[in-house]
Design a protein around this ligand. Structure first.
Ligand code: 13P
Length: 249
């Protein structure tokens, strides 16, 4: 059955510090009022995962990481495995973010291998897809995104719960967003591509929207057909903004 509760995810990217634990305290205090209608996950940089997980312990706030290595262990200097992240308290992981696909040469096949690793370690994957502005302008957005979905989902997702995130590259950190109609259309494309790849199980997945979600546009985006939540970057760094998005759902 499709999870009807929306998911609000905060991707801190390479931002924050130990001082950001104060933001978790503020989220926690708000959650304590018992009014959240959504699931909330924060994704701090890896060195903060354990401290954020401790700070969030016993609250509805869950913690995730922004990437993992596909292998469980080995001579991979500077990398972090899904198992280590789980050990540190992460229960989620973002995979295939465009900042890794574009900047670090991550391929959809590589993303699929990392999804396997996440499942092996007990992490829920959020798999990101999205077109560049050049691809959108060339009329290729749907083809590109459908191909990313098809190639990023391993067979082992067939009996798992998972989440996809549509993040148009041109909307990330730019203040620009697609129209609600464009978002709704692309979420349909993503659902069909996932169903073509995995079969009926894909009906259970949540599809998040990400890219310049902020307190002013969150209610409209979250009310858009086919949008099961948001993957928030910049506006997740301050509890006040993130809470406004949480309460907009
Ligand atoms: P912004 O919300 O800062 O545009 O970032 C979106 C994003 O990349 C989340 O993963």
């Amino acid at each position: 059955m499709k999870q009807s509760v929306k998911l609000i995810a905060g991707n801190w990217k390479m931002n924050g510090s130990a001082a950001s634990l104060a933001e978790i305290e503020a989220l926690r205090a708000d959650a304590g009022r018992g009014e959240w209608r959504v699931e909330v996950v924060v994704f701090p940089p890896s060195p903060l995962v354990e401290r954020v997980a401790r700070a969030a312990g016993g609250s509805p706030i869950e913690v995730g990481a922004q990437d993992c290595r596909a292998e469980a262990a080995g001579a991979f200097t500077g990398c972090v495995s899904a198992e280590l992240l789980h050990d540190a308290g992460a229960r989620w992981v973002i995979l295939g973010h465009s900042e890794r696909r574009q900047g670090l040469g991550e391929t959809s096949a590589g993303v699929a291998a990392k999804v396997e690793a996440a499942l092996r370690a007990g992490l829920h994957p959020i798999i990101c897809v999205g077109e560049t502005l050049a691809e959108r302008d060339a009329g290729e957005a749907e083809t590109v995104v459908a191909a990313q979905v098809g190639a990023s989902l391993p067979d082992s997702l067939r009996d798992q719960t998972f989440t996809l995130a549509y993040e148009p590259v041109w909307a990330i950190g730019t203040g620009r967003t697609p129209t609600p109609a464009d978002i709704a259309r692309m979420h349909e494309v993503i659902r069909s591509a996932a169903a073509a790849r995995l079969g009926p199980v894909a009906a259970d997945m949540r599809v998040l929207y990400g890219g310049s979600v902020n307190p002013a546009n969150a209610a409209t985006i979250l009310a858009t057909p086919g949008v099961d939540g948001a993957l928030v970057g910049g506006a997740s760094l301050k509890a006040a903004d993130f809470l406004a998005i949480i309460h907009a759902a």
